[in-house]
Design a protein around this ligand. Structure first.
Ligand code: BES
Ligand code: MN
Ligand code: MN
Length: 456
């Protein structure tokens, strides 16, 4: 479509400037000190929806951060795509490892560096610019509804209710999400699955106060030592998780399915080099792509207690704490696995400490079909703009609401992501290639076109 190409090339500098503006707003959902910034970001997203040509766009308050919802309906008889994304971002810590400030977007070497550049402001904003392209060139092929939330990075716990309460309003034929990665721009790919997640927090308490580690050390258990030992016991020497029942429901893949996952281009030496590791680690009997795509995991995300300031302090801390998340695969249920964890962790607690397990948010794993008209429309859109057929992959990350799109709204999802695994999402120096940003804006209208055509 020449009109799309022309419109996008005429407006490309503004498309970039506008994204940088959004990236300057520190919309960190996890930390309440950013609450006003999160709200400000929601307003900015709403204004962008209206400017792009949506007929309606509104802020929908929730018990947490607001959802921004917009619509551009052209003909009720045409199919409707529901676009989903998130404007909230992960905390920027550790700040000292950023080359430039996380909320002071800078361009280096063709890449935009900022928290949220890829996850997900850069990617969700491609949809707003794609809508603008179609509206302003009078060529929107189907109806579009767009829902951009502010709590994805904290588990989307209020979005489920919004879906329940707005079933009619959210009626659509497919959900389209850009919040995942591709193998590379030379090997475009589409994720056909996401892992689920379940979060827990642990508190191990020993004596009723911090103690001098000379006066009491050796006679009273140290909660930090104990927590480390307990956590270490959660994996065996083969990288298997030791929680009884943890693997009971894990779907075993056929040899063909495993072979197809391993067909994706992957260079182990390059992978290690890029991460600065000498060896990979993981569950015995599985390749790296299988370990991240189809196998469940258990990881510490943080562990703390005792003295962490400069120099040393000889203390036997009263408490030790940890945050753990488990990535889940089909047919593991977040609630069941959380319960198994809690039961097991409490059962291995030695008598000399008190262990408290608090269960947190979660999300179900999903597999998206690769033989549906929607997937085929996405594949054809990529073929059009990349000149290559996309490779289906299984993604390791989680987007908790996707399972609820199916359960609550009866809708399948297409994961049309343009990030790269090394975009440093959730990490210092998050980036998004300007090339990927423009490529996404170029590709998305074709998805709408081919999807609408497939329904004719
Ligand atoms: N966009 C990511 C998920 C993702 C990243 C999927 C890369 C596939 C490839 C999303 O924003 C995310 O980080 N989700 C969280 C969910 C959690 C907080 C419930 C995750 O996966 O940790
Ligand atoms: Mn995301
Ligand atoms: Mn994220």
């Amino acid at each position: 479509m020449q009109a799309w190409k022309d419109y996008q090339s005429e407006n490309k500098d503004r498309f970039l400037e506008e994204l940088l503006g959004l990236l300057r707003i520190p919309s960190v959902s996890a930390d309440s000190k950013y609450k006003a910034d999160v709200a400000r970001c929601a307003d900015a997203v709403k204004e962008h929806m209206l400017k792009a040509g949506c007929d309606t766009a509104e802020i929908c308050p929730t018990a947490g951060h607001p959802i921004v919802y917009g619509e551009k309906i052209i003909d009720p008889k045409l199919p409707t795509v529901l676009v989903y994304g998130h404007y909230d971002v992960q905390p920027p810590d550790p700040l000292n490892l950023w080359t430039t400030g996380p909320f002071d977007p800078q361009i280096r070497d063709g890449k935009i560096y900022a928290r949220g550049a890829c996850d997900d402001k850069g990617q969700m904003f491609m949809h707003i610019k794609a809508i603008e392209t179609m509206v302003k060139t009078n060529s929107q092929p189907c109806n579009i509804k767009i829902m951009i939330e502010g709590e994805e990075e904290v588990g989307s716990s209020n979005l489920g209710k919004f879906l329940e309460d707005n079933k009619e309003r959210l009626k659509a034929n497919i959900v389209l999400v850009s919040d995942t990665s591709m193998i590379s721009m030379d090997s475009p790919s589409i994720e056909s699955g996401l892992r689920g997640l379940t979060a827990v927090e642990i508190e191990v308490t020993g004596p009723n106060r911090d103690l001098h580690s000379g006066v009491y050390g050796g006679a009273v258990a140290n909660p930090l030592n104990t927590l480390c030992k307990m956590v270490a016991s959660l994996h065996d020497e083969n990288g298997h998780i030791t929680i009884p029942g943890f693997y009971d429901k894990v779907a075993d893949l056929s040899a063909e399915e495993r072979a197809s996952i391993n067909q994706a281009p992957f260079d182990l030496e390059e992978y290690k080099k890029e991460l600065g590791i000498k060896e990979t680690w993981g569950e015995k009997g599985y390749t790296t792509l299988e370990r991240t795509g189809i196998r469940p995991t258990l990881d510490l995300n943080g562990i703390w207690g005792g003295y962490q300031g400069e120099g040393s302090k000889t203390v036997l801390p009263s408490k030790a704490q940890a945050k753990i998340t488990m990535r889940l695969v089909p047919n593991q249920r977040p609630h069941e696995i959380g319960e198994l964890f809690q039961k097991h962790f409490e059962s291995i607690a030695p008598g000399y400490v008190t262990v408290k397990v608090t269960r947190g948010h979660g999300g179900e794993p999903v597999v998206t079909p690769t033989d549906s008209p929607a997937y085929k429309a996405a594949a054809k859109a990529i073929k059009t703009t990349f000149g290559k057929d996309p490779i289906p992959t299984r993604g390791g990350g989680s987007i908790p609401i996707v399972a609820l799109f199916e359960k609550t709204l009866g809708l399948k999802t297409v994961l049309l992501g343009f990030g790269l695994d090394n975009d440093n999402i959730h990490s210092p120096n998050e980036k998004y290639d300007i090339f990927n940003y423009y490529k996404g804006i170029e590709t998305i209208p074709y998805f709408h076109k081919y999807f609408a055509e497939s329904a004719e």
